[in-house]
Design a binder for this molecule. Structure first.
Ligand SMILES: Cc1cc2nc3c(=O)[nH]c(=O)nc-3n(C[C@H](O)[C@H](O)[C@H](O)COP(=O)(O)O)c2cc1C
Length: 365
């Protein structure tokens, strides 16, 4: 069925551009089947790996809320609060690859028209790890996955050759893409961390090495808050905590900045926008800065009564976006994709009341 929301992204046909991001909403066959039944256009699986995984002995995710009555941010349940962010220190999937493969096959057979993207992660720096990337990619594609997303952005890896720790290294980015491209011929998306001063260069290296798209943002490295009365962190184990990832509405503006940075540097390349999407307005903003696909995590997890896959959310996203596009006369998201891109300029290019300002430099006579 053709509709305003049908999109071709990285050569794949999406019935709508809304995709559940790699996270708890996509951690199991049961949840992914429910997500597709609810109407999501695609899912990126919870990241699948080959190395040992054991999560902390306590909550892995908290949802933080704020209020204008007492505007502090806390996970504590209070009346009249609204969502602020998620904070998590969850590792990648602890379900082994061998268990994922029949699940992926069944999911794809049950919903052939929905896009199934496998998120994978291995290490770097030697042939064995490059072979691990290739093995993961080949197995997931053989099981029916339509694309692969390379996780180069997990913010809580101790291993220096994994996740966000490698995202500054263009040689490693290129080597991993080479290994995966040698193993599969489906589109390869690369999920980068926002937490680097060389994001545009990293994205450039990934595109140059064959990435079909950049997915961003993963969560922002961050710490949970400490309660001044109890001296406890809002999440801790035996009084200890470590850097985790902030997601949800609190990262929306920073995610948009980074999407715009990449979109301006590589206007012809694809971007899957992630970070703080709760409704069609946030999705609109990512598209306006150049994203052709939208991923959602926190808002789906926060929805009550849907098993954490955003049943009501996907209904609202699709019907509200469709209503907006019909009202504006847009036949597809391509018609407004990137419209904000060139309106983001250097500070001195924005009009002043006088013409005296020259970006902090003296004006030459
Ligand atoms: C509990 C939790 C687990 C996550 N696990 C993964 C993961 O395994 N792989 C990955 O690439 N991103 C992971 N993410 C990041 C999300 O996919 C997403 O990039 C991030 O939450 C920002 O989107 P949001 O603002 O819609 O939450 C996780 C996020 C959360 C909250």
């Amino acid at each position: 069925m053709s509709s305003e929301l049908t999109t071709n992204f990285t050569g794949l046909e999406f019935v709508n551009p809304f995709v559940l991001a790699s996270a708890p909403p996509t951690e199991s066959k049961r949840k992914i089947l429910k997500a597709f039944e609810s109407g999501w256009g695609g899912v990126v699986t919870k990241t699948i790996g080959l190395h040992p995984v054991e999560n902390v002995a306590g909550p892995k995710t908290i949802f933080q809320r704020t209020s204008d009555v007492k505007p502090y941010v806390s996970r504590s349940k209070r009346p009249d609060t609204v969502s602020h962010s998620s904070w998590n220190w969850e590792l990648i999937s602890d379900q082994p690859l061998e268990q994922w493969l029949p699940d992926l096959e069944e999911i794809k057979t049950t919903y052939p028209d929905r896009m199934l993207i496998a998120s994978i992660m291995a290490g770097a720096g030697n042939d064995e790890e490059m072979a691990n990337w290739a093995k993961l990619a080949r197995a997931c594609v053989d099981a029916g996955c339509d694309a692969i997303e390379l996780n180069m952005s997990c913010p809580h890896m101790d291993r220096k050759d994994m996740g966000a720790n490698i995202a500054n290294d263009e040689d490693i980015i290129r080597a991993i893409l080479k290994a995966v491209q040698g193993a599969v011929s489906v589109p390869i998306w690369v999920k980068l961390t926002p937490s680097t001063s060389t994001l545009v260069e990293a994205a450039g290296a990934a595109y140059d090495a064959g990435a079909a798209s950049i997915s961003l943002c993963n969560t922002f490295p961050s710490l949970p808050l400490m309660d001044p009365e109890t001296m406890k962190f809002e999440v801790e184990v035996d009084g200890l905590v470590t850097s985790g990832g902030l997601g949800g509405l609190a990262i929306l503006h920073q995610a948009l900045q980074r999407v715009n940075d990449i979109s301006k540097a590589y206007p012809d390349k694809a971007i899957s926008g992630i970070g703080g999407i709760r409704g069609w307005r946030e999705a609109f903003n990512f598209i306006a800065h150049g994203a052709g696909n939208l991923q959602v995590c926190t808002a789906a997890m926060e929805e009550k009564g849907s098993g954490g896959v955003g049943v009501k959310l996907i209904h609202e996203l699709t019907s509200d976006m469709r209503e907006y596009m019909q009202r504006k006369g847009y036949g597809s998201i391509e018609e407004f994709r990137g419209i904000a891109r060139e309106r983001i300029v250097e500070h001195a290019q924005v009009r002043r009341k006088s013409d005296a300002y020259n970006g902090g430099y003296a004006k030459s006579a």
